[in-house]
Ligand binder design. Structure first.
Ligand SMILES: [Zn+2]
Length: 467
């Protein structure tokens, strides 16, 4: 009764805007809350209303500390010999003028079109290409140069000034050769433009603005603190202090929007400080749940020592009443069924009283290519396996515009096996090529072959830990 009262109050607070929570009653012994949402979905008053998810169940902020780490230590620009510098100044001045650029190239010049992977050959083709590739002027920031007789190379960044700050938007390597009159000519050039530049900080203000744009009421913010204890990177000095600082920052940001955001603590479950940090996140920072990223943390569930540590973390979270969001996918090339079976048999049973949310449908996203990992979990849910009683799945970044039809159909089949009432919408951090929340939902709806009623159920799902 108490639980229902809490659920009704919270759920209605959340769902008010979408009208999803008026007086539904929980199914006996079933998954409370979903009945309310589904019941509301059937009401004719809702027909024709735009369908937007109530909750982004898998979102991230990006702290200034992580942004600074991603940007790396800026390399000092190098001074070029005057005759080489002259060539680059002429390239900058002629940025959109193929006629002015042509004399800078050797007759047999070679330029890479990094977007198509095509090599462009010959002076006039190279100049014509380079003179039409840029929308605005830029400068070269050389970070390395060498001259050896009649050969030279320069490497560095394409740079523009944005809001008073130099911003590198591409990289180049230019090889030069001296012509007959002793002047430097560009012999070969390979520019590249990163698809997913390192993001600047993403604050709670920015996330809430994105939620508003999408009509999303509530966001689950997963701290990226485990990234400071990741074996995929060089070891950090004062690692645990950095993990704490990241969780502190995330908790502070989230606390600025108490009616819109909840925070999940991040920690690498293999670390000696994992249990202490989880307890601190819960008791001192008031973080609602726990995010574990097996891939980023180097967890191998086929290693019994790792399983012991992860089990202890699941037990601790269960004891603290913290729901767990588990990103099961790892870089192990054999990742698949065996990993999910170990999770189901040895890890999940340690947290029987809290919601466990499997991230990205047991995949990594973007896309859906690790069906072998989801299949045993989906089948266990479909068979009513009691261990899966509190198991949910977020379909974060699994649906993409480029997704093959067969992949979308397979994912839809798994969603039906699990039941759409256990599928949670989320969109991940909107950087590194990931879409915004609004874009992610539009793609999800546009690409997956689900019925309108199934989309409605997913849109109105509110994870039990938010009710
Ligand atoms: Zn994520």
């Amino acid at each position: 009764m108490i639980r229902r009262a809490i659920r009704t109050t919270l759920c209605c607070t959340l769902a008010f805007a979408a009208g999803a929570c008026a007086g539904g009653s929980p199914r006996a012994g079933g998954m409370t809350g979903h009945a309310a949402a589904s019941g509301a979905a059937a009401r004719p008053a809702e027909a024709g209303q735009p369908l937007t998810p109530l909750v982004g169940h898998h979102q991230h902020l990006y702290s200034p500390a992580l942004a600074a780490r991603a940007a790396g230590t800026p390399e000092a620009p190098v001074e070029l010999p005057a005759d080489l510098a002259r060539v680059l100044r002429a390239r900058e001045a002629g940025w959109n003028d193929s006629v002015a650029l042509a004399p800078l190239y050797a007759p047999d010049a070679l330029v890479l079109d990094s977007r198509s992977g095509r090599w462009i050959r010959g002076r006039s083709a190279a100049a014509a290409f380079v003179g039409t590739q840029f929308g605005r002027p830029y400068v070269f920031t050389p970070v390395s140069a060498s001259v050896d007789g009649s050969e030279a190379h320069v490497a560095g960044h394409f740079t523009r000034t944005v809001e008073g700050q130099p911003r590198h938007f591409g990289q180049f390597v230019i090889a030069l050769r001296k012509g007959e009159a002793g002047e430097w000519r560009i012999a070969a050039e390979s520019p590249s433009f990163p698809q997913a530049p390192a993001p600047g900080p993403v604050t709670a203000d920015q996330l809430v603005a994105q939620m508003d744009e999408a009509g999303v009421r509530l966001g689950v913010v997963l701290s990226l603190a485990y990234g400071w204890g990741s074996p995929l990177r060089a070891a950090e000095e004062d690692e645990y202090a950095k993990v704490r600082a990241e969780n502190d920052w995330t908790a502070r940001e989230v606390a600025r929007f108490p009616d819109r955001l909840v925070a999940f603590c991040g920690v690498n479950p293999l670390k000696d400080y994992a249990l202490a940090e989880i307890e601190r996140c819960s008791r001192e920072l008031g973080m609602r749940g726990l995010k574990l990223h097996f891939g980023n943390s180097g967890v191998d569930v086929r290693n019994p020592e790792h399983v012991q540590k992860v089990r202890a973390v699941f037990r601790a979270a269960n004891g603290l009443g913290m729901p767990i969001l588990a990103h099961l996918w790892t870089r192990d090339p054999s990742y698949g069924r065996a990993h999910s079976e170990i999770f189901l048999e040895q890890i999940l049973p340690e947290a029987p009283d809290v919601t466990v949310q499997v991230a990205h449908m047991a995949d990594a996203g973007p896309g859906y290519t690790f069906d072998a990992a989801l299949e045993p979990l989906a089948q266990a849910v479909a068979a009513g396996d009691p261990r899966t009683r509190n198991l949910y799945f977020d379909a974060t970044t699994n649906v993409t515009l480029q997704m093959p039809v067969a992949q979308a159909e397979l994912l839809a089949r798994r969603i039906r096996e699990i039941g759409p009432e256990r599928i949670l919408f989320g969109s991940d951090g909107a950087w590194g090529g990931n879409p915004t929340i609004r874009q992610a939902w539009a793609t999800f709806r546009g690409v997956l072959p689900l019925s309108e009623a199934e989309f409605r159920t997913i849109a109105q799902n509110v994870a039990p830990y938010l009710r």
